[in-house]
Write a protein that binds this ligand. Sequence first.
Ligand code: NAI
Length: 468
Amino acid sequence: MEKYDIAILGAGPGGYVAAIRAAQLGVKVCVVEREEVGGTCLNWGCIPTKALVASVRSLEKATSGKEYGFEIEGAMRIHFDRMMTRKNEVVKRQVKGITSLFSSYGIRLHYGAGRLHDKNTIEITDSEGGKKQIYGDKIILATGSRPSDIPGVPVDGQSILSSNEALALKDIPASMLIIGAGAIGCEFASIFHALGSDVTLVELLPRVVPMEDEEISGILERELKKRKIKFYANSSVESVERENGTSIKAHLSNDRIISAEKVLVSVGRAFNVEDIGLEAVGIEQGARGEISVNNRMETNIKGVYAIGDVIGGMMLAHVASREGIVAVENALGGDETVDYSAVPSCIFFNPEIASVGYKEKEVVEEGKNIRVGRFPMRSLGMAHALGEISGLIKVICDSETDRILGVHMIGPHVTEIIHEAVLAIQSGYTGTDWGKMIHAHPTMSEALQEAVHDLHGAAIHLPQKQQR
Ligand code: NAI
């Protein structure tokens, strides 16, 4: 039996990062993967959607030439197949990148479905049914998640899709009904609306992106209206039926009926905990089925760790990667924990959304006295130069200690700007400290500087009457 210091089940952004960190620390490590390295993030999530977002953003710019002072003569044609090919090539290149990183670090990759046989053994079944066992002195479970579905709306991969099938469409649908207005629903709404689909978003909770700050949801809702993306809050789809062979008739909980060529179900994700041998080893699971871990990423079984989506916390690639590093360092004798207080979250709608830390409602409910600084993009020179003036940056601080508690953004490039706010929260900055930082002009980051100054009524580019 091949023996490793650390054996990792799953090569997503949790597992592959953990493997590289283990190799950096000089131990013998292997990864078991049943599909392709990079997991959902690289193959079916973050990266392919961002490749499509890049295509549609270029398209949106090209079609607003009038505003920017140019004109394209003749018809502009969308080659959806070429966009998809480009997206596939971007993914392929990154997959190759990870496998060559593995080679450079001497990390062994076993293709096949892995299952815990005991707390130190993984049984691997390859695509031909061949079986072998490997030994891991320590084991890290990083099996991730898959799209969830809802009763009455069975995903068939043809007309009713999960995000996986939506990323493999051959043609642009004339119309698309998207169930769930969270991160995935909004990103696909943005992509297919830009490609000309008639998009409808349906959300169970009272607002779009309900996990974001309420004010951000309000601005996004206005942006949906501007783009004529229909949005129904407090609604779900109860059942669907096929209509004249080519479209789907969806019955909403509010008695509304919507017909669409394709339906996308984006209502969250389910943990990949089946058939991985959790019961065989006695690994405890939480109420939703997620693997339970302590703050060192260790399960109830000593030496077996779990990270990423499968542990159910913040289901984000970058969180999984940090958890992977922490798990490896602890497996090798360290005593690390993950700081979840400053995790950025990004949604690539147009305009983009990014946030970190507490939302206004959360801190108010906790009874904290707060100050809120705001700065609208339309007051920023750079936003006008870019021709993208929608959006806002909002900074929340504790009014007694002046410490930054949360930052929420909607607008151009905010998925990049957010990291300054992550550093501010993680480092315990006060609004006063942060306000002394000099920001380059002209940049979109100046909107953040102004929102920080606005905490103390000192934003330079806001009229006096708006100051507190
Ligand atoms: P999500 O949890 O972000 O959003 C799902 C939405 O569906 C929620 O707003 C929920 O209220 C709604 N919903 C649930 N059941 C419903 C029903 N029956 N009818 C109508 N609406 C319903 O999950 P999503 O968008 O599927 O994404 C999955 C995971 O991937 C999330 O954890 C998300 O944070 C992550 N992700 C992150 C991205 C990013 O950071 N850019 C991009 C895409 C996904």
